[in-house]
Design a protein around this ligand. Structure first.
Ligand code: FES
Length: 374
């Protein structure tokens, strides 16, 4: 008997629901903007924070394909629909389907929002927020900036946004409308990497430490140290900018938040790291707690990941990217130890509390127990 809404939510948070599309429109040549209606009975489960993401699932032939997409809209705007942006990737089965086949009124399997790429806003705050986004990395950054503007009338937002060309600037109309709506509160710098910028060549190229340095020098009114940053783009951009802000500009780490692009749309790299090669070769009994049920299997530490073995055994484990990016496969170690190959999603605090990404984990003790329900 489920008598607590919290327990109910915890048990079913990994389940997919069929949501109807209320918008399917081309945003740029290779991006589609999709909105889903949330029926009243799912409103609670699909309550989201700015900057979170959803997982979608498609069963294509024998394949169970899952992808993560950041939410574009802010909780304080709109009609409660949930909006995402999907960039078409070459050979990306799901992104191709969503860009080329999906129609208004179609249903898509969607999991409840998750992720922690956000900060908490309060109307009395007088803060500064700087968004740094490349291409489709705009989604969670824009969601955060919009929520800040709606929630905090005394705060300011800045957006430095790079795209290949002016024609490919995602959500340009909406961003320009926000600049007008929140007059003096939002300043936007558009960068283009593959064409001339008609105003200033400073805005030609990609976002990098060097580029930011020049922009900050030219616009000293940008409060570089006294801002919270939302960064989303490719890993090399995030790393370069993160180091620059924290080391060179002395921005406190807690003020620098970042979200990686989703893992590659299809497939993944299987390069083995030296650390993985060094783990002990042993047989382990792995137990998983999923939706209050326990499942056990044997796994050699050098073979596939815990998630891959669970999927092979057809267990109902949650997953999406399988690349250590989305966090959907998160579980907490209750017993034993595991080696985690990659982690682009968990915070240091979560790792310290024993959370792991099971798509990246191999057992390193003879007995391991992981709990997905926490
Ligand atoms: S499935 Fe995305 S991090 Fe593991």
């Amino acid at each position: 008997m489920l008598n607590s809404p919290f327990i109910y939510l915890t048990l079913f948070m990994h389940h997919f629901h069929s949501l109807k599309t209320t918008k399917v429109s081309k945003e740029t040549n290779d991006c589609v903007h999709i909105a889903f209606a949330i029926p009243p009975e799912l409103r609670h489960e699909f309550t989201f924070k700015q900057g979170q993401y959803i997982n979608v699932r498609f069963l294509m032939g024998e394949e169970d394909l899952r992808r993560s997409y950041s939410i574009v809209n802010a909780p304080s705007e709109g009609n409660g629909d949930l909006e995402i942006l999907v960039k078409h990737l070459d050979n990306g089965k799901v992104s191709t389907y969503l860009n080329q086949v999906l129609k208004l009124g179609d249903f898509v399997e969607v999991m409840a929002p998750s992720g922690h790429f956000y900060t908490h806003y309060h109307p009395s705050n007088e803060k500064n927020y700087i968004g740094l986004a490349a291409g489709s990395g705009i989604s969670p950054v824009l969601s955060n900036l919009k929520e800040a503007l709606y929630q905090e009338p005394k705060s300011n937002g800045y957006l430095i946004f790079s795209n290949k060309s002016f024609a490919e600037i995602i959500f340009k109309k909406e961003i320009d409308a926000l600049v007008a709506q929140f007059e003096g509160k939002l300043k936007v710098f558009y960068l283009v990497s593959r064409e001339k910028h008609f105003e200033d060549e400073l805005f030609e190229g990609r976002i990098s430490a060097e580029k930011l340095d020049l922009i900050f020098e030219k616009f000293p009114e940008i409060p570089v140290q006294d801002s919270t940053y939302f960064i989303c783009g490719p890993s090399e951009m995030i790393k370069g900018i993160g180091d620059y802000l924290k080391k060179d500009k002395k921005v406190p780490s807690l003020q620098v938040m970042y979200e990686y692009y989703s893992a590659p749309d299809d497939g993944e790299s299987s390069e083995m790291s030296d650390e993985f090669k060094a783990i002990p070769n042993l047989e382990s009994m792995v137990t998983l707690i999923i939706d209050d049920d326990e499942y056990s299997f044997h796994l050699n530490s050098k073979k596939r990941s815990i998630l891959d073995q669970a999927l092979n055994d057809k267990l109902p484990v949650p997953f999406a990217c399988k690349g250590g990016v989305c966090c959907t496969c998160k579980a907490q170690v209750m017993e034993g130890e595991v080696f985690m190959e990659k982690n682009f999603a968990l915070t240091e605090d979560e790792v310290a509390r024993g959370f792991v990404l099971t798509c990246q984990c191999h057992p390193t003790t003879n007995v391991v127990m992981l709990n997905y329900d926490v």
